[in-house]
Design a protein around this ligand. Structure first.
Ligand code: HEM
Length: 421
């Protein structure tokens, strides 16, 4: 991997996408070892694995800011049958080592470990008290493949070298990370079935737009945290961590995770649409008419304001001939808030512009309900809006993969039984 003519951000992203110890070495060689905060006594971390918000930095407006580099590892349990106590201890020891090595913060490392319906098949039982369906197609117009690993690990850090070092340590390729000795690795317990990588944050999408799916004119604005040119995940447009937490039963304190891979085709988005048309399709036509979104949308503060557009969506669509993505999905709100908490990130995996849409919610049903609103099939049937044309951002994306997972509470995250007592 040559660093000739490659910017710092592009280099870091490429290193994460390529992965492995050589990429890590190249990263450390180019940037020196970043000063990374060390971790803490694992017992002081929150009981919920997904309790990130209080530890995340804020952006200028005060929204929680997700770390810049992401790796998700799809893992298969290497043994037949139900897990052994020794394997549980090994996984626990490995994760505790990472928690001692890195601060639970943007600059350090945050992670979650979840389990699929295929994993629970080993127990011939569903996870107690949790509906965890097999992944399914969620629109009449999609034909995704389904992810069926046993487990999924999501690693996030502002430093490319931290996600790479943590991954190498879990794979048994590094004995120490951030001066902390690894008490164990995943070696012999989990094998990596697939690896997905990505990034989020101003600068990274612009720097990495030389991929299939994005026109050669380099249209992605420097300030945009995502390929599609707008800021997302305002705090006011997210479910709270409390809302997405499983309230009772054996997995109380856990949550569910959906991960889809969405391929982006942004030729027309950037070359045929104006800013106002993009705002209509991403947010809501009224936002375009009223000029409510400046540039990438930093001016929206902590709320996109689409709550105002989500009534009478079909009637409005008849009048406008176009419907917004956020406007449609806002119909899935409960008590005025979305029911899913989005932690999605862009990707150039396979040389293709895409997005790993990772969200957590109390039940997978909440995701399905939100996606059903995003489909806008009712809008297409009852107005001049097409099933994809003028129907939010559907024309510019294709869902390629889907997977469902349970993220147990922290004390059950190492190979949990289906019915913990
Ligand atoms: C290419 C993929 C996607 C992109 C680029 C994208 C981008 C955005 C943006 C810019 C907003 C408005 C700002 C905000 O509230 O964050 C938004 C809102 C939202 N999106 Fe997406 N989105 C994508 C896919 C999805 C999917 C697959 C879902 C789930 C089914 C989803 C659910 C939502 C929800 C729940 C909101 C907030 C609605 C509300 O305020 O009630 N998005 N999205």
């Amino acid at each position: 991997m040559s660093d000739r003519g490659i910017s710092r951000r592009e280099f870091a992203k490429s290193a994460v996408a390529i992965g492995g110890t050589a990429a890590l070495a190249a990263c450390l060689d180019r940037f020196d070892s970043p000063d990374v905060p060390s971790g803490t006594d694992p017992s002081t971390l929150p009981a919920r694995q997904h309790a990130w918000k209080e530890y995340l930095e804020r952006d200028d407006a005060g929204n929680a800011r997700l770390s810049r580099h992401h790796v998700t590892l799809l893992l298969d349990y290497e043994r037949e049958g139900t897990p052994t106590e020794a394997d549980r201890e090994q996984v626990t020891d490995a994760l505790h080592s990472l928690e001692r090595a890195y601060g639970w913060e943007n600059d350090g490392l945050m992670f979650t470990l979840g389990y699929s319906p295929a994993y629970f098949d080993r127990f011939d039982a569903d996870p107690a008290g949790v509906e965890l369906p097999e992944p399914a197609a969620l629109a009449p117009f999609e034909d995704p493949e389904f992810d069926t690993p046993d487990a999924i690990l999501h690693l996030a850090s502002d430093h490319a070298s931290v996600v790479l070092a943590a991954e190498a340590a879990l794979n048994g390729e590094r004995e120490t990370v951030n001066d902390e000795e690894m008490a164990a690795s995943f070696d012999g317990v989990f094998g990596v079935a697939d690896r997905r990588t990505g990034f989020v944050g101003a600068g990274l999408p612009a720097e990495n737009q030389d991929v299939s799916g994005i026109p050669d004119s380099e249209p992605v604005p420097e300030e945009s945290p995502l390929f599609m040119g707008y800021k997302g995940r305002f705090d006011g447009n997210q479910a709270t961590e409390e809302m997405v937490t499983i309230p009772d039963g054996a997995f109380a304190g856990g949550t569910t995770q959906h991960l889809s891979y969405i391929r982006l085709q942004l030729q027309q988005w950037y070359e045929q649409e104006t800013h106002d048309q993009r705002v209509s399709k991403m947010f809501c036509p009224a936002h375009a008419e009223e000029g409510r979104v400046e540039g990438v949308g930093e001016n929206l503060g902590t709320d996109s304001g689409v709550g105002d557009c989500a009534d009478d969506v079909v009637d409005r669509s008849r009048r406008e001939g176009v419907v917004g993505h956020a406007q449609k999905t806002a119909r899935a709100r409960e008590d005025g808030r979305p029911v899913i908490l989005r932690r999605d990130f862009d990707s150039t995996d396979g040389g293709q512009a895409g997005l790993h849409f990772l969200s957590i919610q109390r039940s997978i049903e909440d995701f399905v309900a939100t996606k059903s609103m995003m489909n806008g099939t009712d809008v297409a049937e009852e107005s001049g809006v097409g099933q994809s044309v003028n129907n939010g951002i559907l024309q510019y994306m294709t869902v390629e993969r889907r997977g469902n997972y349970l993220l147990p509470p922290r004390d059950l995250r190492a190979l949990p039984p289906a019915n913990p007592t």
